[in-house]
Design a protein around this ligand. Structure first.
Ligand code: CA
Length: 465
């Protein structure tokens, strides 16, 4: 804990505080105070918003990020996520580690460090898979590599797929392990539309490989990782908990975004057919958006009953759409039962939606990608929890489970998914603002210390002596 705290101070350039905390250990009082401030700094000002009409509360679990793209969860509770600019990062014990797990040399405009997947046997092998865009002389490609994690560092890169067509646009990039234990990869057409129809190219495809990079014996095309083709720029994939079918989201051309139910070996038509155009040679989408643009990216089935009404629905993070799309799909009958936009405009552009081991949906914003309107603490990782899972007091929560943070503001989560987060509304806006502005280098350290003194005087920060 101390090491993490010191590195946070140093990274945020709070030198006076860092000196106090990291160099002198004489005063436990100062230590307590500083730990309180750190946790306060780490928890965003607007860290939870309630949406009673949906019965949910949206918590910010990390902020001030740079284009987070993909998220995955370790069995030990750590949360790993990629930032498109090249950093793989980790949240441990509820705290965002300021030191990246890995910094990759990436390139590309829409490309960069994209997909991340943890091995289904991560507990034993610590394998993490990353999909990223790189330049090779004058060409841009994507590759899929496997690394081994040790103490929040990545070692031993093994390249599993290379020279996947890349470019300024349409780099695909979502990777996920299927229920069959195979690794699935979405690739884009890199702006060269005909590539999607070329079975010898890896672009514009859904690929399927073994976790060591070899080709499964039961792939539809012999000795090829291609699982389905005729895709433009798919960026979301997950498996329907009811039928087990793979369902993907895909960016369309002039709107016409698609959701497709994938059958091995099938051709999904790009660029031959778009929208309502049909042709027996090509599989039609279960849904296309017509003249509306969602720009759908990451997608997940809500295979949880934390929010009963959401069970088994398909959620898509939309970029241009600025919303979380909730689809009720009848896969057996190839029908869309309902389609609803949630949180329209509330969080801006959304890049990934993924259900964690706690059964809650995690959402990544993408407002720093040059196409959004960033708020002060963008980008963010959000967690959507049911309001009826809240416990009213910290003490009740501790009695029922394990506390996560005992310093202010206190948080706690029980083993059955209920939790408590202390309100911070008693802190005046000017104090909150100073913390935010200090993080953006807009106010001096003396002003920060004034805000801290206020919190001490008002007994908002508890100091044990
Ligand atoms: Ca299509």
């Amino acid at each position: 804990m101390e090491t993490v705290v010191c590195s946070i101070f140093k990274s945020k350039k709070i030198s006076k505080v860092a000196n106090l905390y990291c160099k002198t250990t004489s005063s436990t009082l100062v230590k307590e105070l500083i730990v309180g401030i750190v946790l306060f700094l780490l928890i965003p000002v607007a860290f939870a918003q309630e949406y009673p009409e949906l019965g949910v509360r949206v918590e910010t679990i990390a902020d001030n990020l740079t284009i987070p793209w993909s998220i995955d969860f370790a069995p030990d509770g750590r949360i790993f996520f990629s930032e498109r600019t090249g950093d793989l990062r980790v949240i441990q014990d509820g705290i965002l580690n300021p030191e990246p797990v890995k910094i990759l040399d990436v390139s590309g405009f829409e490309g960069g460090l994209l997909g991340i997947a943890l091995d289904p046997n991560f507990e034993e092998n610590h394998h993490i898979y990353l999909y990223y865009t790189y330049n090779d002389f004058f060409s841009t490609y994507n590759k899929l590599s496997r690394f081994t994690e040790s103490d929040n560092q990545l070692l031993d890169e093994v390249v599993l797929l290379d020279k996947i067509a890349g470019g300024a646009i349409h780099d695909g990039g979502r990777i996920k392990f299927g229920p069959d234990g195979m690794l699935y990869v979405t690739t884009g057409d890199a702006g060269i539309t005909d590539m999607a129809q070329d079975l010898n190219s890896l672009g514009g495809k859904i690929l399927r490989i073994n976790s060591d990079g070899t080709i499964p014996d039961d792939n539809p095309f012999e000795n090829s990782p291609v699982y389905s083709y005729g895709h433009r720029n798919p960026q979301g994939l997950d498996w329907d908990p009811v039928t087990g079918k793979l369902v993907i989201s895909e960016h369309g051309s002039s709107a016409h975004d698609e959701v497709n139910v994938i059958e091995p070996g099938k051709n999904y038509g790009w660029p031959k057919v778009v929208g309502d155009e049909t042709d027996p040679r090509y599989s039609s989408p279960i849904l296309h958006t017509g003249d509306e643009t969602w720009a759908p990216s990451g997608a997940s089935f809500y295979n949880s009953n934390n929010i009963i009404e959401w069970e088994n629905k398909y959620f898509i993070a939309t970029l241009r759409g600025n919303h979380l799309r909730m689809l009720d799909l009848d896969i057996e009958n190839n029908e869309v039962i309902s389609s609803e936009a949630l949180f329209q405009g509330e969080f801006g552009r959304l890049r990934d939606a993924s259900v964690g081991p706690d059964g809650n949906l995690y959402i990544l914003t993408s407002n720093q990608d040059g196409r959004g309107t960033p708020q002060t603490n963008d980008d963010r990782i959000l967690r959507i929890v049911p309001m009826n899972n809240l416990i009213n007091s910290f003490e009740d929560c501790v009695a029922a489970g394990n506390p996560i943070m005992e310093s202010y503001p206190r948080q706690c989560r029980t083993e059955d998914g209920k939790h408590f987060v202390e309100e911070i509304s008693k802190i005046p806006d000017w104090v909150k603002n100073i913390f935010v502005w200090y993080g953006q280098d807009q106010v001096s350290e003396d002003e920060l210390l004034n805000a801290i003194k206020y919190l001490i005087n008002e007994k908002i920060i508890k100091i044990e002596d």
